[in-house]
Design a protein. Structure first.
Length: 299
């Protein structure tokens, strides 16, 4: 292993609240990048020196070395930046699938997302910009709000709003300039999700992939009856497992993402590298509120 991030799902797994839990004792971490050192005599698709990421969750990446099956790894180009490779398997894949699998968006169409400063949110901004989609990005108010707004706009965000701004009548003025979104991406739940639903156009879709507020998603009856809004869920681990035999689709996604990285259109989220020995400090930092920086353990 060369580098592995600390994601919210990793924390949930350690806490015992995630949808999949490994047998104990277990190694933490579900994502990361490494180099192949040795291969068995029956291995055909990988060789020593290959740069690889994990194809599935639950294998444990917060360690220096691992012995895994050939099917558990995906080869990635060795020339993409290390932090991009380390954070490739979860957040960009989640963003990619949500932008492709729920609504057929055309250049000029808009989408709205909350937790826009999260790892997935930053990937959505960049992928949407590359595809020609306009993004409405919702974040929580904070002391350094303008700094965050500037950073997200530098990634390609078109509009950055606070949760409070989302509730104001001035939102009508925004939709005089851009079309109402056909797609909403929800990582928060609670009132934030309900407010995004209000701004979706008829027959649009809200996809929930997280629940940071730990509050249920409340859907107004009028959104279902009069606007025919579709409410869906997405979990990238489930998608990977459902498509485990469909290597072509998986490889296409990884190749598309790596091409965007090589073209300078997809960067790693804001990261802070820490040696594996400093894992306690990294874990504590990853659980602090209003954090927009992903902790990366380096080996």
């Amino acid at each position: 292993m060369l580098a592995a991030p600390i994601n919210p799902a990793d924390i949930n797994m350690v806490q015992g609240t995630y949808a999949i839990l490994p047998d104990l004792p277990a190694v933490g971490g579900n994502e990361g990048v490494g180099d192949v050192l040795e291969v068995g005599s029956n291995v055909a698709s990988l060789r020593p020196g290959d740069r690889v990421i994990l194809a599935d969750a639950g294998l444990g990446t917060w360690r220096t070395e691992a012995v895994v099956s050939e099917e558990a790894l995906l080869r990635v180009p060795a020339d993409i930046p290390l932090l991009c490779a380390a954070t490739l398997g979860v957040n960009p894949c989640t963003a990619y699938r949500m932008l492709h699998d729920f609504e057929v968006l055309e250049p000029g169409d808009s989408l709205i997302q909350n937790a826009a400063n999260s790892g997935v949110g930053q990937a959505v901004i960049q992928l949407a910009a590359a595809l020609g989609f306009q993004t409405i990005n919702v974040v929580r108010d904070r002391p350094n709000l303008q700094e965050l707004v500037n950073r997200l706009k530098a990634l390609g965000a078109d509009h950055v709003l606070t949760e409070e701004m989302l509730r104001k009548p001035e939102m009508k003025d925004l939709f005089k300039r851009i079309p109402r979104p056909r797609l909403a991406l929800n990582c928060v739940g609670g009132k934030s999700a309900t407010e995004m639903l209000r701004h979706l156009q008829s027959a649009g879709t809200m996809v929930t992939y997280g629940g940071m507020a730990k509050q249920p998603v409340t859907v107004p009856v009028s959104s279902l009856i009069f606007k025919d809004i579709k409410v869906r869920g997405f979990w990238v681990t489930q998608w990977k497992r459902a498509n485990a035999q469909n290597k072509e689709e998986m490889n296409k996604m990884i190749l598309d993402l790596c091409r965007l990285i090589s073209a300078g259109k997809l960067a790693a989220p804001a990261c802070l590298e820490r040696p594996l020995e400093d894992y306690k400090v990294a874990l504590e930092a990853s659980m602090k509120p209003y954090s927009s920086t992903k902790q990366i353990l380096t080996m």
